[in-house]
Design a protein around this ligand. Structure first.
Ligand SMILES: [Zn+2]
Length: 111
């Protein structure tokens, strides 16, 4: 399926990848809108939080959580047994992010 895709789409993907990489140093924290430390952005390419809020969100369970899912690698109708097993996926912890934003707004209000 993917193999059948046009070359155009593939190179666009690569282009976006390069753009994202280039811009990784100017990302901003979702909570306080401060610039994310370039070192941190480099080490955690998918973080949306500055160092401070990266620490803060830990008390709500962390920015990411692991989601286990059953791997489905065998083709449908295949007689071959597949013991694929469980794979853990890192997913965004939206609930924790929500709580963190809540917490932040409340603090702003109090100060
Ligand atoms: Zn922040």
């Amino acid at each position: 399926m993917i193999m059948a895709q046009s070359r155009g789409k593939v190179s666009l993907g690569l282009f976006l990848c390069a753009v994202r990489k280039r811009w990784s140093w100017m990302r901003y924290c979702m909570v306080c809108k401060q610039e994310i430390d370039p070192m941190r952005a480099e080490a955690m390419p998918d973080t949306r939080l500055c160092a401070e809020h990266g620490r803060e969100i830990e008390k709500f369970g962390g920015e990411f959580k692991l989601s286990a899912s059953q791997e489905r690698t065998s083709k449908q109708g295949s007689l071959k047994l597949n013991y694929g097993g469980i794979s853990a996926q890192r997913v965004r912890n939206d609930l924790a992010m929500e709580k963190l934003l809540d917490d932040f707004e409340r603090k702003q209000f109090e100060e």
